[in-house]
Design a protein around this ligand. Structure first.
Ligand code: PLP
Length: 379
């Protein structure tokens, strides 16, 4: 297999290199307060059949991945929810079972492997919490030095988790966007590899493994998928995985994906409706992992939603809190609020979907990561 980068805006291709994060040409058009310009997608050349090894479809050789079991999460049938909703082919893909408790490990895993291969010791990331604790944990397994920039208001469990893994934690007085800017300044001055979501193209590519696994687990693609969406990197990554499968002739159709956003943090959904991103948008939601003002992967997400007839669904905070309790009490899966948005979104639009469809709810993070919000659903 041969791997390279392709700019999602101008289509130029580049060799994969530690010094290249965004398209040198298109990134010059970057304005403040808009999604990243010149985001790079990993291109693949080469053939593979349905028995592929997932590692063979990643742009870093298997031997460089750290010794920690990322991915390979279960896809299972929530029988009580099936009965309650009438959807007899409803599935849960439980990515809260990754080593650090969130889907973010898929991205950190690939970034860590790349750092090891390139002999880079220092990795820097800004995050609302999960990307930070994930990079800290996977980085610990890989023997890397991790520095994270995290809003001081991020859930305590995510901060403590990062400290336990031995990361340098910089608590930022401000939101995620401020943490992002500070982390970018830091790498500009001190070097190191940035794991900032969407900015490092491997963060998108790493998350495609969720789609590849679902394909293997269902022996095909589902009809519908629900994905909690903030920056749009999970959404973009899952689309990329299905796209690789389609290019290889293993599926003939991309699933209809619903990007589920909190009503108070719905930049991608609004941009799809309004035709452009609102530069002065301010997000507010209890689901901290999908709270973003500027969705970094917004252009990539919109491009694929349009190309593959995806949809957006906005859910209220109360619907998220109720879905969290419903998921936990009917299936035994305790997910964090952002991760419960998948179920909230599905419940909201299920009448638009044929009941015999194969539907996958992607559950992205563990409920133990944010107990303070979870309390709201049980009092
Ligand atoms: C990061 C995250 C999301 C959203 O992913 P984006 O790539 O920002 O859209 C959803 N759920 C959880 C638990 C996350 O950590």
């Amino acid at each position: 297999m041969k791997y390279y980068y392709v700019c999602i805006e101008c289509g130029s291709s580049y060799d994969i290199s530690r010094d290249l994060m965004v398209c040198p040409r298109c990134s010059q058009k970057q304005e403040a307060c808009e999604p990243l310009r010149g985001v790079l997608e990993v291109g693949i050349e080469g053939e593979f059949d349905k028995d592929f090894d997932i590692f063979d479809l990643l742009p870093v050789e298997k031997e460089y991945f750290p010794p920690i079991p990322v991915g390979g999460t279960p896809l299972w049938a929530p029988f009580n929810l099936r009965k309650k909703t009438g959807f007899s082919n409803l599935y849960i893909k439980d990515d809260s079972l990754n080593p650090t408790g969130s889907l973010k490990d898929r991205a950190s895993f690939l970034v860590a492997a790349f750092a090891v291969r390139e002999k880079i010791k220092d990795v820097v990331v800004a995050s609302t919490g999960n990307a930070a604790s994930s990079m800290a944990g996977i980085g610990a397994a890989a023997g890397l030095n991790i520095r994270i920039f995290i809003p001081a208001a991020a859930p305590r469990a995510k901060r403590v988790q990062s400290l336990q893994y031995g990361a340098e934690v910089v608590a930022v007085d401000g939101n995620y966007d401020r943490a992002y800017d500070l982390s970018m300044e830091y790498t500009k001055i001190h070097g190191g590899l940035s794991r900032n979501t969407a900015y490092n193209p491997l963060t998108i590519e790493g998350k495609k493994t969720a789609a590849l696994e679902i394909f293997k687990q269902l022996s095909g693609a589902p009809d519908f998928m629900f994905i909690p969406t903030g920056d749009g990197v999970i959404l973009g990554g899952v689309y990329k995985g299905f796209k690789d499968l389609m290019s290889a002739g293993l599926i003939d159709r991309i699933p209809t994906i619903y990007a589920v956003q909190a009503r108070g943090s719905s930049a991608i959904s609004r941009a799809l409706e309004e035709g452009s991103f609102n530069k002065s948008y301010h997000s507010k939601t209890v689901a901290d992992s999908i709270a973003v003002d500027i969705p970094r992967n917004g252009y990539f997400a919109i491009k694929y939603i349009k190309k593959y007839s995806g949809r957006c669904v906005e859910v209220e905070d109360m619907e998220i809190i109720r879905a969290q309790k419903e998921l936990a009490s009917t299936t035994g899966l305790f997910a964090e609020p952002a991760a419960s948005a998948s179920l909230a979104g599905f419940l909201k639009v299920k009448d638009e979907i044929p009941q015999d469809s194969k539907v996958v709810l992607l559950v992205t993070g563990s409920g133990l990561k944010d107990i303070e919000t979870a309390i709201k659903g049980v009092i």
